[in-house]
Design a protein around this ligand. Structure first.
Ligand SMILES: *Cc1c(COP(=O)(O)O)cnc(C)c1O
Length: 401
């Protein structure tokens, strides 16, 4: 039997502080009849008594409530909690994660600039670099990003932004965050990370010196597959600059109702992540020793090539793993995925429900190359179900191969 991965309990924040952030921070209940659940401030605009006050709001829209494309009280409760969870000064919440990526990147490049990005970032980040920014003469170099020297070698005189995704959500590649942050600071380069995989509970990039930490709230924060959201955290200076330009201009802030759903999701985030992490480990240990499974990738597996770095930077590994079948043909992968009875086939992750996603679904059948291990990838997300319920489902599907 192969080695078992070790379960590491999250300990990044004092439980006391975490409880305070989730239950109290930002909630000024005296303003709404001491209601436990905050109201959904479903309003587009806010009234003023004095012209001077209205003028002040025009001058600095971040100073108060003027119009809900900017600030909204329900969204502000969420902002305060999400900033605190990442130990960041400030935060903006967007309608989805892709919008947060767009704002973070576009705010920090101009025509002629060069970006260093970790290879195979989230699909829509890559589309931004390859198609949209290219039109504005911004070029991107993709690197595997596993060591700091790879970053050093990719630097150019016009590099203004380094884009990270650690871990990557398919192969779980990790970048040395503290070293990258130090290198970037020494060259006046802005660093942006997609921290969706770990959530701020298990990895805090801002405390490692990264400038802007992005996370999709659609996944773990919402946690129920019923809303989208995107978070961007950083210094007050960087966040207010983005607020006054990209956020208000693109108009893709989160709606009060969706913000309210995310506040509700936050109440149970630590519990859900703890449960998901334990289940994932049980499922991982089951799959790792299964004779029909070939490779299995999980950052907290002692055999993972960046295990040591993963343990240094992350205090938990959550619910995603990627594996390949011994017989990794498109037909076998299809048969396996379609044989699952409880684990549903869908994009996304982070909700209550376990999901399977075969990479081959995104590849035209004629382009499928069985010698390319990535084409064989099957990604499993473990949700809140009983571990045995999931293992039995995987078992019966593997038995059909
Ligand atoms: C889902 C996802 C995003 C985008 O978030 P949306 O809320 O779907 O826009 C970004 N990065 C990663 C790693 C994701 O999995």
């Amino acid at each position: 039997m192969k080695q078992k991965a070790t379960w590491i309990k999250y300990n990044t924040m004092q439980t006391r502080d975490l409880s305070y952030i989730i239950n109290e921070l930002g909630e000024e209940r005296e303003h709404y009849f001491n209601a436990i659940a905050p109201p959904i401030m479903q309003t587009s605009n806010f009234a003023f008594d004095k012209v001077a006050d209205l003028r002040k709001a025009f001058e600095d829209e971040m100073s108060g409530y003027l119009y809900s494309r900017g600030l909204n009280p329900t969204v502000d409760i969420l902002r305060k909690k999400l900033a605190a969870l990442d130990e960041a000064e400030d935060c903006l919440v967007f309608g989805n994660g892709a919008a947060a990526i767009f704002a973070a990147v576009v705010a920090n490049v101009k025509a002629g600039d060069h970006i260093i990005s970790v290879e195979k970032p989230y699909t829509w980040a890559q589309r931004l670099f390859d198609i949209i920014l290219k039109r504005f003469d911004v070029t991107t170099t993709y690197i595997d990003g596993k060591t700091i020297s790879i970053f050093e070698n990719a630097l150019k005189d016009n590099t203004t932004l380094i884009y990270l995704e650690s871990p990557n959500s398919w192969n779980f590649g990790i970048q040395p965050l503290k070293d990258v942050a130090a290198l970037a600071k020494s060259k006046n380069i802005v660093t942006v990370i997609d921290n969706s995989f770990c959530s701020p509970l298990y990895q805090k990039p801002i405390t490692m010196g990264i400038d802007l930490s992005m996370q999709t709230a659609t996944k773990y924060i919402g946690g129920h597959s019923d809303t989208l959201g995107g978070v961007l955290r950083g210094s007050h200076e960087m966040i207010s600059k983005i607020f006054n330009c990209e956020y208000l201009t693109a108009g893709n802030g989160i709606s009060p109702f969706n913000a309210w759903l995310l506040i509700r999701g936050l109440r149970t985030l630590p519990l859900r992540l703890e449960r998901i992490s334990k289940t994932t480990l049980e499922v991982f240990n089951y799959l790792k020793q299964h004779p029909k499974i070939d490779n299995i990738i999980f950052p907290f597996d002692e055999e993972f090539e960046q295990y040591e770095l993963a343990k240094q930077q992350m205090s938990g590994a959550c619910g995603l793993m990627t594996f390949t079948l011994k017989e990794g043909t498109c037909e076998m992968i299809t048969r396996f995925c379609e044989s699952l009875k409880h684990i549903m086939m869908a994009v996304s992750w982070g909700g209550h429900e376990s999901l399977i996603l075969p990479k081959c679904a995104g590849i035209p059948p004629t382009d499928f190359d069985a010698s390319n291990i990535e084409h064989q990838y099957i990604r499993l997300y473990c949700g809140l179900e009983d571990p045995m319920y999931l293992i039995e489902d995987l078992q019966q599907a593997l038995d059909k191969l």
